[in-house]
Design a protein around this ligand. Structure first.
Ligand SMILES: NC(=O)c1ccc[n+]([C@@H]2O[C@H](COP(=O)([O-])OP(=O)(O)OC[C@H]3O[C@@H](n4cnc5c(N)ncnc54)[C@H](O)[C@@H]3O)[C@@H](O)[C@H]2O)c1
Ligand SMILES: [Zn+2]
Length: 238
């Protein structure tokens, strides 16, 4: 693994850094990536994209909860890996660090990252279907119904057929257009608009670095491609 002198110098001197992460950063923690098997999961005979859909929230919310409770239960045992910890340490290193993730697993927060921009929500939160009040499920149970209005709760994640949380992408895009260095870690870069963030950073003059064991559609746009696992590559930056 070779990190160019240019990148090492930038890393030592820049102030504004944006990191975009996807399922791949959690692979070494034991979370299946989408393409690495996560998308073939079946729950009660329903394929992943059916049980995780907006339509199913309307049709059978208890089944949706069963599936998400099962997934949280699985995640409970898992811990952040060196890639999550390295990025968390960058909060202290750079004047402005923006962390944008497509993951819902909460492992960045477990590693100590604060103010994570979560494009797809968080599996550890429930949200009221009526008034939008959110409830943490980190080491606590969700209430049976919304404590504000009594309506049903649902997982606070973006399901198939749903829009991103209002403003999240726009906020991330504004920061992408101001960063000097942009890391794209463990995302197949197929899911828009998230995949557009590195393009925005690049167009605004940032140096864009990809960390992934495989090439992606974004590789050609990047100034540098670090081919390898996130948990092995990122700690090299210390
Ligand atoms: N952990 C999670 O929360 C989780 C898990 C699976 C899927 N998802 C969701 O599925 C969608 C899939 O998009 P995506 O691009 O994030 O995931 P993806 O599964 O489409 O792509 C994963 C990428 O990670 C790379 N990868 C695999 N192991 C890696 C490693 N050790 N280090 C670095 N990279 C590695 C793969 O080569 C691939 O390019 C997202 O919307 C996401 O919300 C989330
Ligand atoms: Zn409510």
């Amino acid at each position: 693994m070779h990190i160019s002198a240019e990148l090492q110098q930038l890393f030592a001197r820049v102030k504004r850094v944006l990191v975009l992460t996807g399922a791949g950063i959690s692979a070494e923690s034991g979370v299946p990536t989408f393409r690495g098997g996560g998308n073939t999961a079946v729950w009660k005979g329903m394929p992943f994209d059916v049980i995780s859909s907006a339509e199913m929230v309307e049709r059978d919310l208890p089944a949706v909860w069963e599936w998400f409770d099962y997934r949280r239960n699985f995640l409970e045992e898992l811990t952040p890996n060196p890639a999550h910890f390295e990025i968390a340490s960058w909060q202290e290193r750079f004047a402005e660090l923006t962390l944008v993730t497509q993951n819902i697993d909460g492992l960045h927060q477990k590693a100590g990252s604060r103010a994570v921009i979560e494009l797809h929500g968080n599996i550890w939160r429930a949200r009221c279907t009526a008034c939008g009040t959110t409830y943490s499920m980190v080491q606590q149970k969700r209430p049976d119904a919304c404590l504000e209005c009594g309506e049903a709760l649902r997982p606070d994640v973006v399901l198939f057929g749903e829009m991103l949380p209002p403003g999240a992408f726009e906020f991330a895009a504004a920061l992408a257009s101001q960063c000097e260095l942009c890391f794209v870690v463990g995302t197949s870069a197929l899911v828009y608009p998230a995949a557009g963030l590195p393009e925005i950073a690049k167009a605004a003059g940032a140096y864009v670095v990809e960390v992934n064991p495989e090439r992606t559609p974004l590789s050609v746009l990047c100034d540098e491609v670090l081919t390898g696992k996130a948990g092995e590559v990122l700690p090299l930056f210390q």
